[in-house]
Design a binder for this molecule. Structure first.
Ligand code: HEM
Length: 504
């Protein structure tokens, strides 16, 4: 600790360069020794999964700095379905393949369902929410409350369908104003999709272009983008005192503070319920539950829970639709087939409804293929073990970070023919009926499985079918689509423009 303080002091007070260098070298040496000691002691304790060799201090971080999902998938080829990587000084275990993933998240759920105790989360109290809450009583009550509240608002049923339908109508009206000119629909789509969650969580939707809402989206997008870079501060918290790199730490902290403040303001401004029997949004439901039984929920969690629902619901669904449109404009034959099916089953005189789903197998297969070919949460949300455990014959100590490689699952040539090809028909049987594949898990599985799966499926279906019923999408002339994506917590497409042409 003294080393850290002396480095920080030397840097902060502008001491001479020799003093800084000596402090840095001493610091790195001590960390290397500590890392070696820790690894040796750990390895001595049992049979950890094998993994790629790494650098002293940095471990495998340099190889994972970009496109970590691709590198981890490549390593699976060498080290198998369960292997270790070194994230700086910390071991993480990577789990790939349907059997190993189910073994960990379903059969050994009691051991694999926590979240890492990350420095940044402790700093901004994000573990007080739901998504990053450790596996325990707080997570259980928040998850149970959120599930039952969203269900009572009609998640997966007709009431919710009406809300999504209304938003789709606003969205398509807005699309019409862009008709015929190239535009990037990212913000519009993010705005529309998160309005669904806002109406459930905050009891209001925002007009497209509302400045406060745009800022909230900007914060959440930047936060997701920064997540991986900011992870370096979880590994080496001392770096926050360094010039230049320290700025990113500050940006992360400022963003989380600003977004928390927005949600606290929403709560403060939210009117008290006017005595109606049924809560109309998450804020009302939370207050009602606390009034009924003050100890039943952690009261300080509400702003964090709202933030979690907002980010988890927006980034994933909107980016799935953006990936989907990118594949449809580059595979016009698929787009035409979906439109033909919609014309035949729904026609043009009424909006598509969830009850049409069973009669739209090709459309459903297209949505599943969109989710497979670009897994929007490629490494899931990080898990962590709660006790010493074992997986496929390897020992995994308590407190080990666990990465679930959903990308490799969806790109596994053992489970999918020609996995790089965009081909919805892989989800259809010989009679053109929908068939699934047990390697398809875009929402993960087990106790931490996506809480919004039903809502997300409804949103994907209604947004996509409404768009394709009314518009044909194409790429502007000369556009060169990029399918690589930008990895944060989610994998989102690079910005791109398209044309929406109203169907005749
Ligand atoms: C296409 C859309 C979506 C995808 C692909 C997706 C995917 C995922 C994945 C992979 C996880 C991590 C599961 C794990 O830790 O193993 C997750 C967690 C979560 N998702 Fe989603 N999600 C989507 C939409 C939504 C929506 C609309 C909501 C809004 C309610 C939501 C709320 C959550 C929450 C709260 C968690 C954390 C659950 C927990 O830790 O217990 N997601 N999601």
């Amino acid at each position: 600790m003294a080393f850290l303080v002396s480095i920080a002091q030397a840097v902060l007070t502008g001491h001479n360069i020799t003093a800084v260098l000596i402090a840095v070298v001493a610091f790195l040496t001590s960390i290397t020794l500590f890392s070696w000691f820790k690894t040796t002691v750990r390895r001595g304790r049992g049979n950890l999964p094998p993994g790629p060799p790494g650098w002293p201090v940095l471990g495998n971080l340099p190889s994972l700095a970009q496109n970590a999902h691709l590198q981890l998938t490549a390593w699976r080829g060498t080290y198998g379905d369960v292997f270790s990587v070194k994230m700086g000084l910390q071991d993480a275990v990577v789990v790939s393949g349907k059997d190993a993933i189910r073994e960990a998240l379903v059969r050994k759920a009691e051991h694999f369902s926590s979240r890492p105790d990350l420095f940044l989360l402790r700093r901004n109290q994000q573990h007080n929410g739901l998504v990053m809450s450790p596996y325990g009583d707080q997570w259980k009550v928040l998850r149970r409350f959120s599930m039952s509240t969203l269900r009572s608002f009609g998640m997966g049923t007709g009431t919710m369908e009406e809300k999504i339908d209304m938003e789709c109508r606003h969205f398509c009206t807005e699309l019409e104003t862009m008709s015929g000119q190239p535009f990037d629909l990212m913000h519009l789509l993010h705005n529309a999709v998160s309005n669904i969650m806002c109406s459930m969580a905050l009891g209001k939707r925002f007009e497209y272009g509302d400045p406060m809402f745009l800022r909230l989206m900007e914060i959440s997008e930047r936060g997701v983008e920064l997540f991986l870079t900011a992870h370096v501060f979880n590994i080496y918290p001392v770096l926050r005192f360094f010039p230049i790199v320290g700025r990113q730490y500050q940006e992360w902290m400022d963003l989380s503070e600003e977004s928390l403040k927005y949600f606290m303001d929403f709560i403060a401004q939210h009117e008290q319920s006017d005595g109606q029997e049924k809560a109309r949004d998450v804020i009302e439901a939370f207050r009602a539950k606390l009034e009924e039984d003050p100890g039943s929920l952690p009261s300080h969690s509400l702003p964090h829970l709202l933030g979690d629902l907002f980010v988890a619901g927006m980034e994933t669904t909107a980016n799935t639709l953006r990936w989907g449109l990118l594949y449809l404009v580059t595979h016009p034959d698929v787009q035409t087939k979906v439109q033909a099916e919609l014309d035949e089953v729904v026609g043009r005189d009424r909006p598509p409804a969830v009850s049409d789903k069973p009669n739209l197998p090709y459309t459903e297969a297209t949505i599943m293929e969109m989710q497979r070919i670009r897994t929007v949460v490629p490494l899931s949300v990080p898990h962590c073990t709660t006790s010493d455990t074992a997986l496929l014959g390897y020992d995994i100590p308590a407190g080990t970070d666990v990465l679930i490689n959903l990308w490799s699952l969806h790109m596994d040539p053992g489970s999918w023919d020609n996995p790089d090809k965009f081909d919805p028909s892989r989800f259809l049987d010989g009679n053109g009926q929908l068939q699934t594949n047990d390697s398809f898990m875009p929402f993960s599985t087990g106790r931490r499985v996506c809480l919004g799966e039903q809502l997300a499926k409804m949103e994907l279906f209604l947004f996509l079918t409404n768009m394709l019923q009314q518009f044909t999408f194409t790429l502007p002339e000369g556009a060169r689509p990029n399918f690589d994506g930008v990895l944060g917590v989610t994998l989102r497409p690079h910005p791109y423009e398209l044309l929406a042409v109203k169907r005749g």
